[in-house]
Design a protein around this ligand. Structure first.
Ligand SMILES: [Zn+2]
Ligand SMILES: [Zn+2]
Length: 247
């Protein structure tokens, strides 16, 4: 550790984004203790699905089974690609639960730096124009009044120096909590649920990055991508902190 790092670590103790244990200062603003580092499952370490970014077992296939099934069943994938630094597991879970409640926001910087590294590797050719975030459910906002995707998007925007446009999408009908539903229900729950508001002209021929906290089936980002493309967006990419493993 350099002298500067050492002084920083004394003045500003940092905490692991996943277990909150104090870790030493580092200039990358990414705080993960050794123990959590071993428990985390980084997507970048495996061959991944070219659509949803999920690690796949066989590098000979470029698609995961779920994306393959979705395409076979005629479902339309509106997004161009999704990326995530982490596979959702127990080591990630607590941290995301805290984030959703608006607690331990110190972890956001680490999440965003992890997402940044994925954007650099997966979206290297994408010329991103704007960042937007998935609009929260109204019921959720009534309960917690905290929008974690917005905070992640705003923080990431500063790191990667791309403009974040808040409140440019809305839910145009009531939707249920995705995590409470099965795969098929998740899709129908969100069918046509989002619309672009106020920024219609802004998105014409633009490349947009949509931010959410966790992605399971990709349905949420897909529906946002549908709305953005209906508003004229050329390409829509998605980035989340963690992607849940397929069952
Ligand atoms: Zn830790
Ligand atoms: Zn996939």
């Amino acid at each position: 550790m350099s002298i500067k790092s050492m002084i920083f670590s004394i003045l500003y103790p940092n905490n692991c984004a996943f277990c909150k244990k104090g870790v030493s200062y580092n200039s990358t603003d990414t705080y993960i203790c050794d123990e959590c580092m071993n428990k985390l499952n980084f997507c970048i370490r495996s061959p991944r699905c070219k659509f949803c970014g999920m690690p796949i077992d066989n590098p000979a296939y470029s698609l995961c089974n779920e994306c393959l099934d979705a395409l076979k069943s005629g479902s339309k994938i509106y997004y161009d690609k999704i990326t995530a630094p982490l596979v959702y597991n127990d080591a990630v879970k607590n941290s995301i639960v805290y984030l959703k409640k608006g607690m331990f926001l110190g972890a956001v910087s680490t999440f965003c730096h992890l997402i940044e590294s994925m954007i650099k590797s997966d979206f290297a050719d994408a010329d991103l124009d704007f960042i937007v975030s998935v609009p929260p459910r109204q019921q959720r906002m009534r309960e917690t009044s905290f929008d974690q995707s917005r905070l992640v998007a705003k923080t990431l925007a500063k790191i990667i120096k791309i403009k974040y446009i808040p409140n440019c999408m809305k839910r145009i009908r009531k939707t249920e909590k995705q995590s409470a539903l099965g795969v098929a229900e998740r899709k129908s729950n969100l069918d046509g649920a989002f619309a672009v508001k106020r920024c219609e002209n802004k998105f014409k021929n633009k490349t947009i990055l949509v931010i959410d906290d966790v992605s399971t089936t990709g349905a949420t980002i897909n529906e946002c991508a549908r709305a953005l493309k209906q508003a004229g967006a050329l390409k829509v990419y998605g980035a989340v902190i963690a992607k849940t493993a397929k069952s």
